[in-house]
Structures are given as structure tokens and as C-alpha cells.
Design a protein around this ligand. Structure first.
Ligand code: KIV
Ligand code: NA
Length: 263
């Protein structure tokens, strides 16, 4: 399979084609996902929940993420490797640049940061130095305690407008990709249409350029309550590899997400 780069994602957007993204935290699952055709692998700080058993992503450290990035990078195959900056990496620009450098040295090819328009300066500094950035907007799990829970964002017109403007500001600052989590499908569509850069959605409706899910949700091994936007692809598959393939094909053919997965 052809190596996926930022240019590949941009080309998909221009052609009106979707691309698939999935979290991965180690070499074996990265290898399986890449072989299934997944375009982008994310070493997400969701590892704090699905691997470490915490009830938020806040305890995850830069060392945790670097370890899983090195593991995942060895199995990533043709897929583009995106990696999360963990909670408080953005405490100062200097710390963010050091942490982004650590992620890139560990194998990251695209660094994802949570944050609104105020992150523009930090994103500018990273991109100037050769670190491509994906800006994560909407429901940002690192601020779950401030948001008062894992809730849909941008339901009101003013808040939706704010998210569109923040996305534009961060793209102007250098963000190469936007990721939108848990927003109404209409807002997912509006942000995707307003931007030249690829937009990845999770619980953001069927119209974003890419779709992402947490691997454990795709395999149906998440315990406790699963969000509405999740689909267990293992239910109709006879192997992990084929569950990943079904997810990839469902994204490519826009059969996932279906209306029941959207807000
Ligand atoms: O950490 C993660 O897995 C994420 C995705 C849910 C987008 O940020
Ligand atoms: Na994350």
C-alpha cells in the first residue's frame, strides 16, 4: 500500500473521498490496522483509559505516550502516524516544543493538540519548526472536568460559530488537520466545508473528510458505557483483521457513521 502523508489526506479532501483513522498503541495492532488499509493511526492519550484503566486521559504522561509511539511506529506500515500531546504539555510554549520534539523523535508524523483559538501561538511555533499539527476541537477530553462531563459541544448557535471561528484561526496559525469530537452533524459539515484542510470527525456526523474511532470500541472490548458514535465491528467479523477491514470499508463507502451514530 502507498505511504500515507499529509498530501494524501489533502488529495482525498480535494477528491471528495473519505479516509479512515483508528487509534493504535502497540506494534501488533498497528500492523493489523495498517494491513486492513487504515490511513491514519493515532497514538491517543485515550490510552490512559483503555490501556491504563483511568477514567480520564489526564494521568497520561509524555513518557507514556513516547513509549507507545515507539511501539506503534514499528508496526505502522504505510499508515500516517499521528500522536497526542498529553495533558499540560501546553503549559508553556517551551514545554510544548520539547514534548513535540520527543514525540517526533519517537516516530510521530503529525502531532495532535487539544485547544481553542488561544493555541494559535503554540501551533505556529510548532509548525515553523517542522512539526505538522492536528488541532482537536469540540469535546476536548483533557478539559472534561471543566466541561462537566463528556458532553456534545456546539449545540447552540453561538457555540457552533465559536468552533468554526476557532478552527479557522488554528488553520491560519498553521494547523494542517482539524479533528472534531462530539458535535452535531450539521456543525461537522459546516466546519468541513469552511476549511481547505482535512477534517477528521468522531461523533461529528457523516460529512467530515475522515472518521476516527478508538480501537477498543471497534473491537467491542470497552467496558462500561460506550458513546453513541461508537460501532462494534467485531460483532460481524471472524477476526480482528477483518473487523478493522469492515470499519475501513464502512468509512470509505460512507456507510459509517449511520444516523444512529450522529448527534
Ligand atoms: O485519544 C484519542 O483516542 C483521541 C481520539 C478519540 C480522537 O483523541
Ligand atoms: Na486524545
Amino acid at each position: 500500500m502507498k505511504t500515507v502523508t499529509l498530501s494524501t489526506l489533502q488529495a482525498h479532501k480535494r477528491a471528495g473521498e473519505t479516509f479512515s483513522c483508528l487509534t493504535a498503541y502497540d506494534a501488533s495492532f498497528a500492523h493489523a490496522a495498517s494491513h486492513a488499509g487504515i490511513d491514519v493511526l493515532l497514538v491517543g492519550d485515550s490510552l490512559g483509559m483503555v490501556l491504563q484503566g483511568h477514567n480520564s486521559t489526564l494521568p497520561v504522561t509524555i513518557d507514556d505516550i513516547c513509549y507507545h509511539t515507539r511501539c506503534t511506529a514499528r508496526g505502522k506500515g504505510h499508515s500516517l502516524l499521528m500522536v497526542d500531546l498529553p495533558f499540560m504539555s501546553n503549559a508553556t510554549t517551551e514545554r510544548m516544543l520539547d514534548d513535540a520534539a520527543a514525540l517526533m523523535r519517537a516516530g510521530a508524523e503529525l502531532v495532535k493538540v487539544e485547544g481553542e483559538a488561544w493555541m494559535a501561538d503554540g501551533i505556529r511555533e510548532m509548525t515553523r519548526r517542522g512539526v505538522p499539527v492536528c488541532a482537536h476541537l469540540g469535546l476536548t477530553p483533557q478539559t472534561v472536568y471543566q466541561l462537566g462531563g463528556y458532553k456534545v459541544q456546539g449545540r447552540e448557535a453561538a457555540q457552533a460559530e465559536q468552533i468554526i471561528n476557532d478552527a479557522k484561526t488554528l488553520v491560519a496559525a498553521g494547523a494542517s488537520v482539524i479533528l472534531l469530537e462530539c458535535v452535531p452533524a450539521s456543525l461537522g459539515k459546516a466546519v468541513t466545508e469552511a476549511l481547505e484542510v482535512p477534517v477528521i470527525g468522531i461523533g461529528a456526523g457523516p460529512d467530515t473528510d475522515g472518521q476516527i474511532l478508538v480501537m477498543h470500541d471497534v473491537l467491542g472490548v470497552t467496558h462500561g458505557r460506550t458513546p453513541r458514535f461508537v460501532k462494534n465491528f467485531m460483532a460481524d467479523a471472524d477476526s480482528i483483521q477483518s473487523a478493522f477491514q469492515h470499519y475501513h470499508e464502512a468509512v470509505k463507502t460512507r456507510t459509517f457513521p449511520a444516523p444512529e451514530h450522529c448527534f
